[in-house]
Design a protein around this ligand. Structure first.
Ligand SMILES: NC(=O)c1ccc[n+]([C@@H]2O[C@H](COP(=O)([O-])OP(=O)(O)OC[C@H]3O[C@@H](n4cnc5c(N)ncnc54)[C@H](O)[C@@H]3O)[C@@H](O)[C@H]2O)c1
Length: 457
């Protein structure tokens, strides 16, 4: 089966590379010429560990190629995977224009060229995160485009829409795709739930060649769409829970990291997503949380818990500023050295990164901001240009700084050369916005350490 993946961003490119690695013939389609040029040369256009190597390998094996030709790819492929962006749109709802454009192209171009579409079943697999009901809308758009392109009144070709939400995490995207903890397929026709697979289930298992240990969940289109939003909203809830408790711990002389660590051993709770600090960001959690609240409202519901989760997260940048202000007394004229800009380690993604509002507020209050991030410097430069100073290494920005502020817990920031930092800073103060350092260790080296929700020395 030939597969065309629409959208070569974090999700689409990982999917294309992963499917090629599994032995499929995959064509990556994108509208961004610069991205395609990089990909054709075997270069990953963004920072994601491991992708570069596998792009090169699969280009060489001729299992993977890239193009902007949507029409050709739709004619030639049995399977279309839609992985275009669904950013925050009007009234915080998901902006579906890119997804519906791919659906429209699929209907329109399927009609052209040969008559193959009459015989072969095609699959339209949607991986983009979309609100409930979108897969049904996708079918309507495909049918409408097909009928208007062929000027027919009826005859709808043989195709199925499948909802296949993606759960990969940036930074470990490839591994998450190749070894998922579960795979969800929402189908138009209910699954038989028997041991004998339907034709579509067989097609899917030929494309996504996971071993038998991976749980594959066949469900309805609507369930699949909600599973994605529910998962992200739940993860966001855990982080806001930890952050609310962090503020409480700080007030009463306790340490949130020790509290969360002990909580996590309860198998009903677990350790993940209980980190307190600057709050969650990234391309998914904030926008999906906003979208779920907005689409809940559209359905006539007030999703109070999720609104509180959002509210707590929205306040985290203020919390970091409050810590700085309390300690430095005034921000104006102070030099702040910031380690970490990306919303989390091992990615250069700055979408909804907490570093952005925090640094904006620091600048607004008259601070001189010097930044370093191992991967996100170029993207940050596009946003802030000359408003901040960009270092060449973590230590290069420390000279005469009044504070070292950590906003992303990159591994290399967790084991710094304290003696070097101490020598460079004007004021030996570390504000750890990710609680990634040990207070005792930092204090041992003569610094004042301020974490978030941790006991004050
Ligand atoms: N980034 C993540 O960690 C992640 C994880 C799970 C799910 N998702 C979901 O996956 C979807 C894609 O997210 P992303 O982060 O990969 O987005 P992205 O912005 O990194 O990539 C989207 C790509 O689609 C391309 N594109 C836009 N219109 C196109 C068209 N008509 N034809 C072909 N290409 C087109 C863009 O040029 C871009 O390269 C979103 O719905 C997102 O919520 C993202």
């Amino acid at each position: 089966m030939k597969i065309a993946v629409f959208g070569c961003g974090y999700t689409g490119l990982t999917t294309a590379v992963g499917l090629a690695e599994m032995g499929n013939l995959v064509l990556g389609i994108d509208t961004d010429a610069a991205k395609l040029a990089a990909l054709k040369r075997g270069r990953c256009p963004f920072f994601e560990p491991g992708l570069d190597k596998l792009i090169k390998r699969n280009l060489a094996r001729k299992r993977l190629s890239f193009s902007s030709d949507a029409e050709r790819s739709i004619l030639d492929s049995d399977v279309i995977i839609c992985a275009v962006a669904t950013p925050r749109g009007r009234r915080n709802r998901a902006d579906l224009r890119a997804v519906l454009k791919v659906a429209g192209d699929f209907g329109r171009f399927m009609a052209g060229g040969t008559d193959a579409y009459k015989k072969n079943q095609k699959l339209f697999i949607n991986k983009s995160t979309v609100p409930v009901g979108t897969s049904e809308k996708i079918r309507q758009v495909i049918e409408k485009s097909f009928l208007s392109a062929t000027k027919r009144k009826e005859f709808i070709p043989n195709f199925s829409v499948i909802s296949n939400p993606e759960f990969l995490r940036e930074g470990t995207a490839l591994d998450d795709f190749m070894n998922p903890d579960r795979v969800v397929f929402g189908l138009e026709q209910a699954s038989s739930h028997s041991s004998s697979k339907t034709k579509i289930e067989i097609m899917l298992s030929k494309i996504f060649r996971y071993d038998d240990s991976v749980p594959i969940i066949y469900t309805s289109l609507r369930n699949a769409e909600i599973i994605k939003y529910a998962s992200n909203a739940f993860l966001a809830t855990r982080i806001s829970f930890a952050n609310e408790l962090a503020d409480y711990c700080e007030k009463v002389g306790a340490d949130i990291t020790e509290v969360a660590y002990a909580m996590g051993f309860d198998p009903r709770i677990g350790h993940n997503y209980l980190q307190s600090g600057a709050g969650f960001g990234g391309s998914c959690l904030p926008k999906d949380l906003h979208a779920l609240i907005a689409h809940g409202k559209k359905a006539g519901l007030n999703l109070r818990l999720l609104k509180a989760v959002k509210h707590i997260n929205d306040r985290r940048p203020d919390r970091i500023l409050e810590v700085l202000r309390n300690e430095l007394l005034k921000i104006r004229g102070k030099k702040i050295a910031v380690w970490g800009l990306s919303f989390k380690p091992n990615t250069d993604d700055l979408r909804d990164a907490p570093s952005i509002p925090i640094i904006r507020a620091l600048l607004k209050n008259g601070a001189k901001v010097h930044v370093f991030d191992p991967a996100a410097m170029n993207k940050f430069r596009e946003l802030f240009q000359t408003k901040v100073n960009f270092g060449t290494s973590a230590t290069s920005i420390l000279k005469d700084a009044d504070c070292l502020l950590i906003l992303t817990d990159w591994r290399e920031f967790g084991t710094p050369d304290f003696a070097k930092i101490k020598k460079a800073l004007r004021n030996p103060l570390i504000v750890d916005g990710r609680n990634c350092l040990s207070p005792a260790e930092v204090q041992k080296h003569g610094f004042k350490y301020l974490g978030i929700g941790r006991r004050r020395a």
